[in-house]
Design a protein around this ligand. Structure first.
Ligand SMILES: [Fe+2]
Length: 464
């Protein structure tokens, strides 16, 4: 019986393999332009009560997962930047003190934006927390990750370019309803798309914060900056890039010796996650370059076998949109990604989905003319997942023919799940919004580049 199941499983895998490689999906999805949800939509409703905390969200607050940064906004008055928190095993309330900031953007004045770090948390523990102390309080909860280690299973959700349209809501709902439960979101940039509104209407940063609270208050979202976080508008007198983002969203960049909140790293369970900034300088001698050069040798794959990089602008993108925008960063950093055997790179920016084979393009010298991506088992898989569903619509024009390195591409909105099983295997899947919650439109088994660096290409043609 056991061998029959094994044979059936192999046959099933073969069918998936044959169907999966080098494919441009012919899936037909709606063509209408997507629109922002109106301001009175239920997902944007402010909580009731005087000075009630809103836009509550959390992210990892240190390098190893024993701290959480809690952020929220109060509108009527500053109130307290204090968080009460306790475990499900004890009702003793711990207290942490934070701070609040405000900012102005053109004719917009922000609410009071609070950030408070909870430190020295126990691993693998459910914590309840309460904000709004002194006025209207609201309670939420989160679960800390297991202690960092090579065989710790963990499940990450992947979303990017989300915005706040009806499609964005569908993407988030599908992520929440996916039977493979994500424990932390890796967000690849472009959050609110407030800058697509007249005068970069920052009230749309507030609505976005209220929209994602239902997930982001309960599990950490790991932030990457995209071009829509720049909010650079000299015509409005706004010349400091990333102003709304940096006031509203905090990341633990100092814990990884970074000098700016746009590039940093965290460890979580069995993963080492490096976040890069497509919109900060990365040329030789720049702070980001020097940081990454010093950072990569620090990754101990025997502790965290899975090396994951997040960035906004993809290096390998065969859509017409944003074509080759990632090229200059690729030229600078790709040799390092191959040298240090990055497992997977997730990017956004292109409002569609694409997964590459393991390829590199590092042989090129100005004088040798070798400029084609080639199969490279030390190279990462590149996944573009900028298909969150924002107001700018789908990227549905592709370069033709589909390049050989492109394993699967499809212009649909959706989200991804990366489920790390152990030090050798991780299962990755992509779900399109047009299907049911449990349907995997694209998937692959990742073989870890340190512990199991075999060919994990799903495409028979590419494998040989
Ligand atoms: Fe973008």
């Amino acid at each position: 019986m056991g061998s029959f199941v094994a044979v059936a499983w192999v046959l099933f895998l073969n069918v998936v393999v044959v169907c999966n490689g080098g494919k441009t999906s012919t899936f037909v999805r709606k063509a209408e332009k997507t629109v922002d949800m109106p301001l009175h939509s239920d997902v944007f409703v402010s909580p009731t009560g005087y000075n009630a905390p809103q836009q509550v969200h959390i992210t990892q607050g240190d390098h190893v997962g024993k701290a959480i940064i809690v952020s929220w906004v109060t509108m009527d008055e500053p109130g307290k930047s204090m968080v009460h928190y306790w475990t499900d095993k004890s009702s003793h309330k711990n207290v942490a003190e934070g701070k609040f900031v405000t900012y102005r953007y053109f004719n917009y004045s922000s609410g009071f934006i609070h950030h408070c770090t909870l430190r020295n948390l126990e691993y693998n523990t459910k914590y309840y927390y309460e904000v709004g102390i002194g006025h209207t309080t609201r309670q939420f909860w989160f679960v800390t990750p297991p202690q960092v280690g090579p065989d710790v299973p963990y499940t990450f959700g992947l979303m990017g370019d989300l915005g706040q349209t009806f499609d964005s809501n569908k993407t988030l709902s599908h992520y929440e309803m996916n039977p493979r439960k994500g424990q932390t979101v890796l967000f690849v940039g472009d959050l609110s798309y407030a800058d697509d509104c007249p005068y970069h209407d920052n009230a749309r940063w507030d609505t976005w914060g209220r929209f994602v609270e239902r997930s982001a208050a309960y599990q950490p979202w790991i932030w990457t900056t995209g071009n829509h976080e720049l909010d650079f508008a000299p015509e409005l007198g706004e010349t400091k890039p990333f102003k709304p983002f940096t006031h509203r969203y905090r990341v633990p960049y100092k814990a990884s010796q970074s000098t700016a909140p746009f590039w940093y790293s965290i460890k979580r369970a069995s993963a080492y996650i490096i976040v890069l900034s497509s919109y900060s300088a990365y040329g030789k001698y720049t702070p980001q370059y020097e940081w990454l050069e010093a950072e990569l040798p620090k990754v101990d794959r025997t502790e965290t076998p899975w090396l994951i990089v997040l960035m906004h602008s993809p290096w390998y993108n065969s859509y017409d949109y944003h074509y080759m925008e990632g090229e200059t960063m690729r030229v600078m950093f790709e040799p390092w990604f191959v040298k240090y055997k990055v497992d997977v790179v997730f990017a956004g920016h292109v409002h569609a989905y694409e997964r590459s084979e393991r390829v590199s393009n590092v042989a090129y010298k100005l004088v040798n003319g070798q400029c084609n991506p080639v199969k490279d088992l030390s190279a990462p898989v590149y996944i573009t997942i900028g298909d969150g569903g924002n107001i700018e619509g789908l990227a549905n024009n592709m370069t033709e023919p589909q390049p050989e390195y492109s394993a699967y591409r499809e212009a649909s909105f959706g989200h991804g799940i990366l489920h790390i099983k152990n030090r050798t295997h991780a299962h990755y899947s992509w779900n399109r919004n047009d299907d049911g919650y449990a349907v995997e439109a694209d998937s692959m088994w990742f073989f870890n580049r340190h512990y199991h660096p075999l060919d994990d290409s799903a495409n028979d043609k590419f494998r040989n």
